[in-house]
Design a binder for this molecule. Sequence first.
Ligand code: TRP
Length: 380
Amino acid sequence: MTTQTDPTAYENTEDAGVGDALAASTSDASLARTIARSTQIQTEIDKDPSRFRVLTGDRPTGNLHLGHYFGTLRSRVRLQQRGVETWILIADYQVITDRDGVGPIRERVYSVLADYLAAGLDPDNTTIFTHSSVPALNQLMLPFLSLVTDSELRRNPTVKAEFEATGGRPMSGLLLTYPVHQAADILFCKANIVPVGKDQVPHLEQARVIARRFDERYGRADAAQPVFPAPEALLSEVTNLLGTDGTKMSKSKGNTIELGMDADTTAKILKKAVTDADRTITYDPVGRPEVSNLVMLAAMASDRDPHEVAAEIGDGGGGTLKKVVTEAVNEHFAPIRERRAELAADPGYLEQVLARGNARANEVAEATLDEVRTAMQMTY
Ligand code: TRP
């Protein structure tokens, strides 16, 4: 045991303290910087995709819906098609950060995997893996935990928000420290790009802080490169897609359309969608959130401009709008759903894809853990 009690004590002075760095990461100015940088990254990817390794992931807490698809899944597929090495984590250990049980975890993991593959992620180009299958990744959490303080974790805005959402139940140690676990998710494969929504930006900042501190503490002065590259956020497209009732999507409200649903179920849900009394359809997300949300969904599903979609419906009213959006969604998802059904009927294939991804993740995680142990002089 060392006598050092403040792991941030060796921070250099240009770093205005960790808490400040994390708080700043969610300030408007910093978010604006992250957005600007995201645009720049897109350009750099087009120039030379081989410089980048992308990692991102999802918690397998339910089936993926159209919000996931238009918000993140589709852009992952595009990154893969642009030739960027892509890693996708089905974050099963993260499920237990804020709940007591895992639920039907196995089913959910394979359902998410089928969604990924149906949407176009190609296991020959993208490594898809699960937390619990990669022990060396999880072991990185141990040295990483020594590089953070409890107060900086308590200040993490995402941890705070998730804690508040649990309705007063005590915070588990895993909820408090999961940003550190997430840093291990990112750093084990030395990803330099992490596509995330803006709620995850503080976690990215935490991962950068951990990467830098590891190097300050254990990096070799003569090493050409730090052990861990500093990962950057690539902000996901903001779709602002709401549920079919115009409120936030939530499975329990029955206002979501899942990727795996069939055309009839989709039509039924959209039939019940909320519209308003004005027969002239316009795209006005602030003034008419429910109608505009349906217009936007139709626009995204048919790759068109929402104003154009609205103008075409004109004074056709809510009925026509629902018809248009149902057709657009069902047409867009028909091939994806067909492929999804084939995949769901072939569990052996899904198992094989996951086993292959996990084998690759283990190889890379073990190599990184070796580097870490070597840097820490823990090689016996
Ligand atoms: N926390 C992310 C979410 O809820 C999922 C996730 C887990 C993740 N590990 C990750 C995202 C690593 C990016 C990088 O959406």
